[in-house]
Write a protein that binds this ligand. Structure first.
Ligand SMILES: [Ca+2]
Ligand SMILES: [Ca+2]
Length: 284
């Protein structure tokens, strides 16, 4: 103890001797402080929730089909610092509360927003199950504290919604046949007896699904004779043996009207000609 005191005195004496002979002197002293912050729970910033469908679609409820990716991000704040946030999870639940049968999607750190907030995200692949899922969020920090608003619902996702449509004839009966009035060879633009054909997008799950409609046709044959498929038109679009789009968009619960027409080829042999048409409907 005595020797340490002695060393101190020598040190001060040396400092004083360096300052001697100059008009200004600096005497450095270090500072320190410990800021004690109470342990704080994470807070989920529900309004920051963002969902991006792998296949962009207009919709009321975000939806996807099996195998499609859906990207989600959300911000979480912790007053102990963004690095104190330990886990962030998306919980997909049939009801509005967290339970054992829910699907848990771990989110990973994407970027720090500021000292206390970070963005977390994941790409989730739509599984083969169907139905509406509530999207809940949970977060914990390094001390195991759960978010103050653990389980908050930030949105909904519909997995594999039903696509629904009706094809009816002009009198509102389900369409089974498209027939054309008996005509002489070379008669063009013979309207179908079933016009105007009506296609309704029924959107059974109410997700706001829009649909696109294409038609595939076959030649109409009578024995060895045929009317080429390209002689059939929907509105002004010639059909073919591959899908031909006849309606690029039918809004949910909307009805679209289309007219089938046939050009009887010149020189066609008399007979009853039969073929087939498939309506192909796709969610867009
Ligand atoms: Ca904390
Ligand atoms: Ca649940």
């Amino acid at each position: 103890m005595r020797s340490r005191m002695l060393l101190l005195v020598i040190a001060v004496a040396l400092t004083a001797s360096v300052a001697a002979g100059v008009p200004n002197a600096t005497y450095p002293v270090s500072t320190d402080a410990i800021c004690l912050m109470a342990t704080a729970e994470p807070v989920i910033n529900a309004t920051s929730y963002n969902i991006t469908l792998g296949i962009t679609r207009d919709c009321i409820t975000p939806y996807g089909f099996t195998g499609e990716p859906i990207d989600v991000t959300i911000d979480v704040t912790d007053d102990n610092g963004a690095s104190d946030i330990a886990t962030v999870e998306l919980i997909l639940s049939e009801d509005a509360s967290i339970s054992a049968d829910d699907t848990v999607v771990p989110l990973t750190h994407v970027v720090d927003v500021d000292a206390t907030t970070a963005t977390f995200g994941a790409t989730w692949i739509v599984p083969s199950t169907s139905g509406l899922k509530h999207v809940l969020v949970n977060a914990t920090d390094s001390t195991g504290l759960s978010a103050t608003n653990k389980g908050i619902e930030v949105g909904e996702i519909f997995q594999n919604p039903l696509m629904g449509f009706e094809v009816k004839d002009g009198s509102g009966t389900a369409l089974t046949t498209v027939s054309f009035a008996a005509s002489a060879p070379g008669t063009n633009s013979v309207a179908s007896d079933q016009n105007t054909i009506q296609i309704t997008n029924t959107d059974p799950d109410g997700v706001g699904m829009r649909i696109k409609v294409s038609v595939v046709g076959t030649a109409m044959t009578s024995g060895a004779n045929e009317i080429p498929v390209s002689n059939i038109r929907v509105d002004d679009t010639q059909l073919s043996v591959t899908p031909t789009e006849i309606d690029s968009t039918i809004d949910p619960l909307a009805l679209a009207s289309h007219n089938f027409k046939l050009d009887y080829p010149a020189g066609l042999v008399a007979g009853t000609y039969q073929g087939g048409i498939d309506f192909e409907v796709e969610a867009i």
